[in-house]
Design a protein around this ligand. Structure first.
Ligand SMILES: Cc1cc2nc3c(=O)[nH]c(=O)nc-3n(C[C@H](O)[C@H](O)[C@H](O)COP(=O)(O)OP(=O)(O)OC[C@H]3O[C@@H](n4cnc5c(N)ncnc54)[C@H](O)[C@@H]3O)c2cc1C
Length: 411
């Protein structure tokens, strides 16, 4: 590597450009820091692009237990997001596509499911309200059990990533982790210098960051290892999700069974204008380790039980797997809230949920004081390649299974 002239001082270097990294970049930039974000793959690759985009307000946690610590922590998030999506609060997310302004809740027969729905009214800021038949989405009009609406918005994650990336184009750099990224550590165990190679020209660039924020989701594990930070900080909780496409109605919500969101369905549109359902919930956890055929079979059976009038003729199914990357907890349970670990000048972050990203950003912002230094040179990196936004799993899925036959249809 040829050494560049002199290192470029930056206040904060953010590694990873999913929902967390891009929000952190926005918050710190607006606070007056010189920030650069480095992305090794495509923006949101990993969790954000695979997520269902529900801005949870704690329902999931309140269903079973009443207002738990997690429910209390997350309950202000829907309003915060709503205001950002409306352009009233930073980051300005006006222009992000919404899949829905609310989620439906419907309970399977059984006392626990009904009590769960009722219990969810306590301890939540956004409370489920009964939905009259005429206001329900088509597949729920004939449902004989309770149906409620909860004001949890559902966003299109890809559009949010694109919006934030376009607002911060000058500050997001594509890097090649394998051959274009090196760093040296200082005596305190913090990052001293980062050397990048331009992935197109191989020209070197040295950065001298005051702070480094790891926001690389599952990628944090490897970076921490390379930096020699204490191990075992991260856990993965895998999901086996199902996708369906074709002539489907739009539906966004949760079918509750045994006091848990058993089936969570969100709807979007693919590049060929087909409606696509992402199907998660408890079944996505139960199907981890099952093969694709078995998983699709199980999802079809669940849909049949939860939406008995829905005709699945001609609908194609696929599956994808994704790991939720979170801070380690005792026994591998879901952490109560977002996680922030500090080692010298390095912060490692995991939001735990997309909905909790604003809370994580507040914590990061509080931990990094602004240092005014007007002599620092302007950052001009206009020739550096920019990362693109990741493709959602249903655009990558190569084979789709037709529901009425075992045949596999190629795209
Ligand atoms: C299937 C699924 C459904 C979900 N649904 C919801 C939901 O409906 N609501 C909700 O609130 N939460 C949901 N979540 C959780 C939510 O998606 C995550 O908590 C959140 O998206 C994490 O964002 P992140 O930016 O921390 O990580 P990621 O989105 O994983 O982004 C990490 C980024 O870092 C980059 N990267 C990786 N390694 C490196 C490196 N070494 N250097 C530089 N860059 C690197 C990646 O390319 C990527 O861009 C869901 C999760 C999954 C898996």
């Amino acid at each position: 590597m040829t050494a560049p002239s002199s290192p470029l001082p930056v206040d904060v270097l953010v590694l990873g450009g999913g929902a967390s990294g891009l929000w952190i970049l926005d918050v710190l930039h607006r606070a007056g820091h010189r920030v650069l974000l480095l992305e090794a793959g495509s923006l949101g690759q990993g969790q954000t692009i695979a997520s269902q985009g529900i801005i949870h307000g704690g329902l999931k946690y309140a269903l079973r237990l009443g207002p738990s610590g997690s429910a209390r922590m997350i309950r202000d998030m829907p309003l915060r997001w709503r205001r950002a999506l409306g352009g009233e609060l930073a980051p300005n997310l006006a222009g992000t596509q919404l899949r829905s302004d609310y989620c439906c809740l419907w309970a399977m027969p059984g006392l626990r499911s009904r009590i769960g729905l009722l219990g969810a009214r306590f301890g939540l800021r956004t409370k489920p309200l009964p939905m009259p038949i005429e206001a329900r989405p088509e597949p729920l009009k004939s449902w004989t059990g309770p149906v409620a609406r909860i004001d949890e918005q559902v966003i299109e994650p890809q559009s949010m990533l694109s919006l934030l990336a376009s607002q911060h184009r000058d500050r997001c750099l594509k890097i090649d982790l394998e051959s274009g990224f090196e760093f040296s550590m200082n005596a305190q165990g913090g990052v001293d210098l980062v050397r990048l190679l331009n992935p197109e020209t191989s020209a070197p660039l040295d950065l001298q960051p005051r702070h480094v924020v790891l926001a690389a989701g599952a990628g944090n594990e490897r970076i921490r290892e390379l930096m020699g930070l204490p191990g075992q900080a991260m856990q993965r909780r895998p999901l086996h999700m199902v996708v369906a496409r074709g002539s489907l109605p739009r539906l966004n919500g949760h079918c509750i069974r045994h006091g848990a969101p058993w089936l969570t369905i969100t709807s979007t549109v693919d590049c060929a204008d087909r409606i696509v359902w992402q199907i998660g919930g408890t079944i996505a956890e139960e199907c981890v380790g099952r093969d694709r055929k078995e998983t699709i079979e199980r999802a079809r059976n669940c849909i049949h039980e939860a939406l008995p009038d829905l005709d699945l003729a001609g609908i194609q199914f696929g599956t994808y797997t994704a790991d939720r990357a979170e801070a380690t907890t005792d026994g591998g349970a879901r952490p109560e809230g977002p996680a922030l670990l500090v080692d010298a000048n390095i912060m490692t972050t995991w939001p735990t949920k997309l909905a909790l990203v604003p809370m994580l950003c507040d914590a990061v912002n509080e931990g990094i004081p602004v240092v005014a230094d007007e002599d620092e040179p302007a950052i001009d990196l206009h020739e550096w390649p920019r990362p693109s936004v990741a493709l959602p799993p249903w655009e990558r899925e190569e084979t789709w299974t037709d529901v009425h036959s075992a045949a596999v249809a190629s795209t």
